[in-house]
Design a protein around this ligand. Structure first.
Ligand SMILES: Nc1nc2c(ncn2[C@@H]2O[C@H](COP(=O)(O)OP(=O)(O)OP(=O)(O)O)[C@@H](O)[C@H]2O)c(=O)[nH]1
Ligand SMILES: [Mg+2]
Length: 381
């Protein structure tokens, strides 16, 4: 193994050891943090109130709706592939441009070239073990096919990435048929759970499904109100209790309402922020038990939301959640704001968890299904 790589590997092993420490910090919220969050929320509310005072409420709503529709029409003009490509802009720049630069600077294929490619993959958060596997496979391919032109290496690498991802035994589509189905949305705080639920509700409603949301994050009032706002935007119903209520009771009520109203999909928000990791995991287990007991007939998805901008830390979070829950898929958010999109390759290769949805912006239309072939194409364009 090359020296640079060894150092990188040692560093990542150390990071792995600190896995639970990292998560504990992420899941732990100090009183000071909570005060800051509350203050921020109060400020936002005051601003909103001021805006509403300025103009007549109905007129305001009317204007907002119109703006919203215009935004949607523009967004729809982009194809799914173009949207993914746009979302991957930063990753692609870092990845494809660098690879082109390297390959153009070499006249023959040698170890140094492989070394440089390794560095690009690790920098794009593909992860050390997946990178090693890919580069080893690439080396073999070059040998087998007696490739001598560095420019041909790009297509071989693309093919190897595709192979690694497709060999993972996973289904990319949300398993929602036949109705009814329930989606439990889990993940640490701030990764984008609530936003993803809003976008997903909207999309499923557009597909003609009857959607109900359960506001299972009762840890703070702001979380419930944020979800209510999203349910309004998406035009779907929501079941909520007040702040501090037992989340399992909210989910229980959600299930009863979904049954009574013949809903196709029940989407449950959960808290990402509790006093510590054990609390969070216990609470999730309680919710899972309620769903199994009360809604056995429903298709069940446990969607782990991960924030792409956190790179390898997202992989660590996935490892922890995988221990306590049967995660059926990942929604990877904030792909638009990061060069760390390579983390998707590691999710497939190291954890065998399919990415089912990707978030490519903060708008209601900025969620899309994930297709491996499209991702690989977009990455190398
Ligand atoms: N750019 C971008 N921002 C996103 C995306 N998804 C979510 N966000 C933003 O990320 C922030 C956090 O999102 P939330 O949906 O509140 O996250 P959460 O996981 O529900 O957070 P907690 O309720 O605190 O646990 C918000 O400002 C969102 O607008 C995305 O795909 N792209
Ligand atoms: Mg939330």
């Amino acid at each position: 193994m090359l020296n640079w790589f060894k150092r990188k590997k040692n560093k990542e092993e150390k990071e792995d050891e600190e896995l639970s420490k990292v998560l504990d910090t992420e899941l732990d919220i100090s009183e000071k943090d909570q005060e800051e969050i509350d203050e921020e929320y109060i400020k936002e509310e005051e601003n909103e109130d001021k805006n509403l005072e300025k103009s007549d409420l109905s007129q305001e709503n009317h204007i907002k709706t119109e703006e919203f529709e215009v935004e949607e029409v523009e967004e729809k003009e982009l194809s799914i592939f173009d949207k993914l490509k746009k979302g991957l802009t930063k990753t692609r720049k870092d990845f494809s441009d660098k690879i082109d630069g390297i390959l153009n600077s070499y006249k023959k294929i040698d170890e140094e070239l492989f070394d440089e490619l390794e560095e690009v993959l690790v920098t794009a958060d593909v992860g050390v073990s997946s990178t090693m596997k890919l580069i080893d496979n690439l080396r073999e391919r070059v040998k087998e096919e007696k490739t001598t032109d560095p420019n041909e290496v790009k297509n071989l690498l693309k093919d190897e990435i595709r192979k690694v991802m497709l060999s993972s035994q996973s289904e990319n589509k949300l398993n929602l048929d036949p109705s009814p189905s329930v989606i439990l949305v889990v993940g640490v705080n701030g990764v984008g759970k609530t936003t993803t639920i809003g976008k997903l509700s909207y999309e499923l409603k557009q597909e003609g499904k009857k959607v109900l949301i359960a506001a299972g994050d009762t840890f703070r009032a702001a979380a419930i109100e944020q979800l209510e706002e999203w349910s309004n935007r998406a035009g779907v119903n929501i079941i909520s209790h007040s702040e501090g209520a037992d989340p399992a009771a909210v989910i229980y009520d959600g299930i009863q309402a979904a049954k009574a109203r013949n809903s196709d999909v029940l989407i449950c928000d959960t808290a990402g922020r509790l006093h510590n990791k054990d609390n969070l995991m216990q609470e999730l287990n309680k919710i899972f038990r309620i769903v199994d007991r009360e809604y056995g007939e429903a298709q069940k998805e446990v969607l782990l939301v991960l924030d792409a901008t956190t790179g390898q830390n997202a992989i660590n979070q996935a490892k922890v959640f995988k221990e306590v829950a049967n995660i059926t898929g990942v929604a990877l958010t904030k792909l638009d704001g990061t060069a760390k999109g390579g983390v998707i390759i590691a999710l497939y290769d190291e954890l065998n968890i399919p990415v089912k949805l990707v978030g490519v912006g903060e708008g209601i239309n900025d969620l899309q299904e994930f297709i491996v072939e499209d991702f690989v194409e977009a990455l190398f364009e």
